[in-house]
Design a protein. Structure first.
Length: 543
């Protein structure tokens, strides 16, 4: 079925209507938690100070703290946070396959390090923590020195829909492009007449609304590799003129959309900021009141006799009054109790921090904590963020890596795969700090079983026969996130053991031969001694 620009614009109106109920809430969150972010509902002047009505920064700081923790636990640039494997355990024992995986992982990590992924990922996480929904656009870089380019998109641009499994598979993005950007991306001949006229008159900085529509194709030929037969349809439309700028496709969804959590029947996500929005607003009003009260106490209003019309309040100034009069210039005492207000504010601050998991996800101080304390704190962090991590894994990390691998394979940047794995699927293995902590329970269980087996083995060594030690060790290696390339394959282990057994047998044979030689030498010496003794006896008898 052919999809026209009008079809996309009609669907956009429906998506826009479905999203409209969220806009005021998002703007409230942006005002309190994202002071540098543009609102959703209106265009604001970039760089304008919008802090006039903001009196407390607890929510904004808490959002940054939680974002930093999630970034560190999921995709920390300073540590290895993912690995690859083939969906065939037997093939993973093949040395050629393992070497190819090691090279592939190195290529992906290098591509990520050279790209802007880690800077854009931070903005993406911040959107999830505050707005509940984050969107990351992933494309092939136009820079010849890089393969990948990432862009975290503002929620004001994004309109989404889900498939029957609850995953976002449709993204409409409405944004602004200048005339110069449009001509560079799609060419002068593909521009509407309005844009062409502006370009020719050198009005290249005029802005136009562009609508990018990406959604699954309902019917296409998978055997063909042209842009009209890809899994996702991509249409770029000039919004005002409703003219098509480009009609193509993607093999994988270029927009990765993730939600912090999602209520039944809703498409957009909910966040810690939304959960604590009432407390955030209340605290802001309390901070405003306390500030005004403090100002009144520090610089109180005054009362003076009505005949004193020219009161001077500057430091060191002199005011004259009638000494016989009882009228004085006196401050008006404000009956405010600041300690109670400050204590109430503290309660609200802690409530907001708890909503953002700041106290639970605070940084671990390795210097002042024992190894057991660090381990327990890490486990607590994993439990706290565990449910969200599960959603981020399926909605974000899996799709992120699928898109990255698709771009790198298409660009020819990945090493050539061995014939033995042709047709096999690559699987991701997350080895981030959080992923490791979530598997720590299984590691603990295996270690406990091994310790118990050792204890029982002291009473009956045959108990150890119940455990496949090789399998247990390899499971520990996998759960701990150790790079699989460090392990020898099963064939190599067998060869090593066979060689060791042969060497042991040869050593034993050599020892037996040495022992036999020693015995023979001793027997020869004994025989020699006995012969001498017989000779002496014979001589003695002759005498």
């Amino acid at each position: 079925m052919d999809i026209t620009a009008k079809d996309c614009l009609d669907r956009f109106k429906k998506l826009d209507s479905n999203r409209s109920t969220w806009i005021d809430t998002w703007d409230d969150i942006i005002f309190h938690c994202l002071p540098n972010r543009q609102p959703v509902n209106f265009d604001d002047t970039p760089g304008r100070d919008r802090s006039a009505e903001r009196y407390d920064s607890t929510a904004a700081k808490s959002a940054l703290d939680t974002t930093a923790s999630i970034n560190s636990m999921l995709t920390n640039q300073s540590s290895n946070w993912f690995d690859l494997k083939v969906d065939d355990d037997e093939l993973m024992e093949n040395r050629e396959v393992k070497e190819w995986i090691e090279k592939s992982v190195a290529v992906v990590r290098k591509a990520l390090d050279k790209s802007n992924f880690y800077t854009e990922a931070h903005t993406f996480y911040l959107d999830i923590v505050t707005l509940g929904t984050g969107t990351l656009y992933i494309e092939k870089s136009t820079n010849p020195d890089k393969d990948l380019n990432f862009s975290a998109r503002h929620i004001r641009e994004i309109y989404i829909a889900e498939n029957d499994e609850g995953f976002v598979d449709t993204v409409y993005r409405k944004f602004k492009f200048t005339v110069r950007q449009m001509v560079k991306k799609w060419g002068f001949e593909n521009m509407p007449h309005t844009v062409q006229n502006q370009f020719e008159s050198n009005r290249i900085d005029e802005e136009h609304d562009i609508l990018h529509c990406v959604f699954p194709r309902s019917d296409y030929d998978k055997s063909k590799k042209d842009k009209k037969n890809m899994a996702f349809h991509s249409m770029w439309i000039h919004f005002d003129s409703e003219e098509m700028l480009d009609d193509g496709g993607f093999e994988s969804l270029p927009y990765t959309v993730a939600r912090w959590l999602k209520s039944t029947g809703e498409v957009y996500g909910r966040s810690p900021a939304l959960a604590s929005l009432a407390d955030i607003k209340t605290l802001n009003e309390m901070a405003k009141t306390v500030l005004m009260t403090g100002q009144r106490i520090a610089d109180p209003p005054i009362q003076a006799p009505d005949e004193m019309t020219d009161v001077k309040l500057d430091p060191g100034s002199t005011n004259y009054y009638d000494s016989e009069s009882r009228g004085r210039i006196e401050p008006i005492v404000i009956g405010a109790n600041l300690p109670i207000n400050l204590e109430m504010m503290k309660m609200y601050k802690e409530s907001i921090k708890d909503a953002f998991f700041v106290n639970q996800l605070n940084l671990i101080d390795h210097k002042n904590m024992t190894a057991e304390e660090v381990r327990q704190r890490s486990q607590e962090n994993a439990r706290t963020i565990g449910p969200t991590f599960g959603r981020l894994t399926s909605e974000y990390m899996d799709r992120l890596m699928d898109r990255i691998l698709a771009i790198l394979f298409d660009a020819g940047s990945m090493p050539e795969a061995p014939d033995i794995i042709q047709g096999k699927n690559l699987e991701l293995r997350y080895i981030s700090p959080l992923a490791k902590q979530q598997r720590l329970t299984e590691v603990t269980s295996i270690n406990y079983t091994m310790n118990q087996a050792q204890t029982f083995g002291q009473m009956n060594p045959e108990v150890i026969d119940n455990i496949n030690l090789d399998k247990a060790f390899r499971m520990l290696v996998d759960l701990s996130g150790t790079p699989l390339g460090l392990l020898n394959t099963a064939e190599e282990v067998s060869a090593i053991r066979q060689n060791r057994a042969q060497q042991g047998e040869m050593k034993m044979q050599a020892q037996m031969k040495d022992f036999e030689t020693m015995i023979n030498e001793r027997l020869a010496n004994i025989e020699k001694d006995m012969a001498l003794a017989r000779k002496h006896d014979a001589q003695a008898q002759k005498q």
